[in-house]
Design a protein around this ligand. Sequence first.
Ligand code: SIN
Length: 316
Amino acid sequence: MSAASITKQDAELRIQPLSAHIGAEIHGVDLTRPLSAAQIADIRAALLKWRVVFFREQFLNHEQHIAFSAQFGELTVGHPVFGHVDGHPQIYSISKFRKATRFEGQSLLRPWTGWHTDVTAAVNPPFASILRGVTIPPYGGDTQWTNLVIAYDRLSEPVRRFVDGLRGVHRFAPPAGATGTSAFASAVEQHVLVSEHPLVRVHPETGERALYVSPGFLKHIVGVTPRESQALLELLWEHVTRPEFTVRFKWEAGSIAFWDNRTTAHLAPTDIFDLDFDRQLYRTTLVGDVPVGPDGRASVSIEGSPVGAAAAVALN
Ligand code: SIN
């Protein structure tokens, strides 16, 4: 496929789509330097269109990662539950063993296990996440994203109308059957975060509807029986992870993935635990707004605080 070109006076970004519905690589920009207003606008437009954009050979340090991110919004603290890198309140370390040595003995592994939208247990999940690859295995360790807008559009019309009126409860909880996770479990217990969100989220910039069903965090649908909730969620989770809605990204050192966390879910790799290679990435997230459903109702917090800006946290 040939790359579409966007020509500006001060820059030329080349946008190379990677699949039909989601994901594009952006070439022709140096992220270690301040971006022009035109470059920021073009990257934002590509993000809205392609949901996740990727950059190659951008060898940023922590300060440059923060500076690049800050051109698109206010940075949150690295992670509201799991903290941040020492000396860098805005950066979350995605190390190979950050949650556990490995997840063993899970009672129920299903095709959507592990898929999630970042921090949807908070009432204002981040608007975007920016993930930087530093130590990358020679093979294995790919990340996948899915487009929740196309997933919504591809439901039948009666089911779209049905889910438009539903809401669900999202919470952080250790994965069932996870082993070696005492630090993980105690961090979750000390930072309880629970929120109710609409199952369909109206995008604040584009007005599009996204099927907002973060498989890792959405625990039940409000106002229906437990069995109804389970059956409906399994149907929706199976649907949002259909391969034709997804893109799979092969990391290299210096790769950056920047995704719209309002319209995507993603899957971190687990094949890295079958390999001896190390894997280290770092993530920033940008402060998000409170989701609103098609009926105009906003999400509500059940427990815990909104995800604030890192600057405010650093002052505490
Ligand atoms: C994440 O969930 O943000 C991390 C994805 C990855 O490790 O590839």
